[in-house]
Ligand binder design. Structure first.
Ligand code: AKG
Ligand code: FE2
Length: 337
């Protein structure tokens, strides 16, 4: 039986015009039909992958005090460590611990009339007990950004747009974010991370050898079990919005591993600049007739303003950070949540 979540080889883009053309067709089909695929031929080596997973394991093995020293609640930028059960998906605790890292930038000076999402820009928190983590994660960000941009250009071509159609909304200051995540075995109620869609353009996920990721397809859950040396790619809400729902931001979740197993993953979320507004692409007629419009969920309103969208989802996932650093928005009802 054919795999539901297909494997696509990115190096086909460089194998001549006809291979390139069929790759773009396969890419568009996978992103429209399942919204998830495995990516091979991405150019990130097995050694780099192992190093990233090892660095993640070393972080989670640190004494709890070293991890709590950089807890996310200290960061208005939603950066840092979240302990197991500390994050919510649709109001329910996720049984995973994680470190959130964004782009390293100076905070934006605040004052009257400055939009709240500008507070998302600023520094990361790094563990002083593991100095090698910072260069390892920043190196991964650089590698993953390059792959994400190649893919985004390919998506633009596959939708009959100019290759650089998305450049104006990410170039200069893209707002990617990544996490290292550990799912401990047999904890909580089995929700590693609850069913959700990702918010950005594209997510590139590195997973270790352990199962747990599931993708919603045709009303049921399909396992997206690890395939060595591949990344799992999924479409985020921004690409669904830009394509008027032609491409699908698919719901996914992670189930808790069994006792004695821990699962490590490294999701990288490629997104647009916080000050960008998501355009609506004009699709060619044969694609436009198949565009369903972006899924509308009254519990999860989508905004074309990227900064507002990002702040909304961060505040929902981390209510402790919201009440410490965004209490003004919660009190005045100006909250974008
Ligand atoms: O850990 C995984 O495999 C997926 C994580 C995920 O979906 C997320 O953090 O958005
Ligand atoms: Fe996700």
């Amino acid at each position: 039986m054919a795999r539901i979540v297909p494997v696509l080889d990115l190096s086909r883009l460089e194998q001549g015009a006809s291979e390139r053309w069929t790759f773009l067709f396969d890419l568009r089909t996978a992103a429209r039909d399942v919204g998830f695929f495995y990516l091979s031929g991405h150019g990130i080596s097995a050694v780099e992958i192992d190093e990233m997973l090892d660095a993640s394991r070393r972080f989670f093995a640190l004494p709890e005090a070293d991890k709590l020293a950089i807890e996310m609640v200290k960061s208005p930028q939603f950066r840092g460590y979240t302990r197991t059960g500390g994050e919510l998906t649709k109001g329910r605790a996720d049984w995973r611990e994680q470190l959130d890292i964004g782009v390293e930038r100076q905070p934006i000076p605040q004052g009257p009339g400055i939009p709240a999402w500008t507070r998302l820009q600023g520094p990361n928190q790094w563990p002083s007990a593991l100095p090698e983590l910072k260069p390892a994660l920043l190196a991964w960000q650089t590698r993953a950004t390059a792959v994400a941009i190649r893919l985004l250009k390919a998506f633009a071509l596959s939708l009959d747009q100019a290759e650089d159609a998305f450049d104006p909304i990410y170039s200069g200051e893209p707002n990617h974010r990544m996490k290292i995540v550990r799912y401990p075995g047999a904890t909580g109620d089995g929700q590693g991370v609850g069913a959700h869609k990702d918010g950005g353009f594209l997510t590139l996920l590195l997973q270790d050898e352990n199962e747990g990721l599931q993708v919603e397809y045709d009303g049921s859950w399909v396992n997206a079990d690890p395939i060595p040396e591949t990344l799992v790619v999924n479409i985020g809400e921004l690409l669904e919005l830009a394509s008027n729902g032609y491409l699908r931001a698919t719901v996914h979740r992670v189930v808790t591993p069994p006792a004695g197993v821990e699962r490590i993953s490294v999701p990288f979320f490629f997104s647009a600049r916080l000050d960008a507004t998501i355009p609506l692409l004009t699709l060619p007629e044969e694609l436009a007739v198949e565009a369903r419009g972006p899924a509308s969920d009254p519990d999860n309103p989508l905004f074309r303003d990227v900064g507002t969208n990002v702040l909304k989802s961060r505040m929902r996932s981390h209510p402790n950070v919201a009440s410490r650093h965004y209490a003004d928005l919660l009190e005045t009802g100006a909250s974008p949540v």
